[in-house]
Write a protein that binds this ligand. Sequence first.
Ligand code: HEC
Length: 213
Amino acid sequence: MTNSTIMYTGMLHSHKLFVILFLLIYLIKTLLLLLNKNESLVNFTKKTRILEMIVSTLFLVTGIFLASNSGTNGTWLWVKIAAVAISIPIAVIAFKGQKKSLALVSLFLIIYAYGISETKSPTFKKEKVEMLASGDRSAVGQDVYAKMCQSCHGINGKAGMSGAKDLSISNLSNDEKIAIIKHGKNAMIPYEKSLNEEQIAAVADYIETLKIK
Ligand code: HEC
């Protein structure tokens, strides 16, 4: 593993953990507000104040790191950042003024942002990419690589965005490569559903040509 891969993967896992902790604290506070448990809400807020500050800071810092080192800065990322950014002042106003509807709006925005992250799409739908589905093997491989892989691995396989491995020095067997392409690994998503067998075999061949001989 290269250092950047370890760093990115570590950040990715930490970010998810901080987001989940943040969501949990926020969910409990919203529930207490909705159930009119004002005293418990005040107590809970006091007890978790420091924790919440630490968690939200780390959640933002890891998020900024991931966004700036990521190879897939699609629209979804901006929609997600906007949803989180809008939800924060709404949450502050909601809890200051004990406004239940605003607390719900803010909670909804945060959950929406989480959904975007998981699906990499503002509408939670996979976008369709037009690619050669079959035919000349090297043309198919090159086409698939340019449309699905290059954003992280780069034209020469060395870009290393999102902690991607340097393909020009990779020494995996053909089967191992195909397994990673099919099932994904860490920041790399699985392609089993979006590519057919022929495309997977072709792109595995294509990345062989990126190797430094
Ligand atoms: C979102 C960014 C991203 C995209 C897009 C992406 N990869 Fe990756 N790829 C990665 C990351 C990250 C790793 C390292 C995974 C790990 O070991 O933690 C990786 C690792 C690999 C490896 C293993 C290399 C080794 O030596 O271990 C292969 C092979 C590979 N990718 C091929 C592809 C192909 C082919 C595509 C397109 C179909 C693709 N990748 C698209 C991020 C990406």
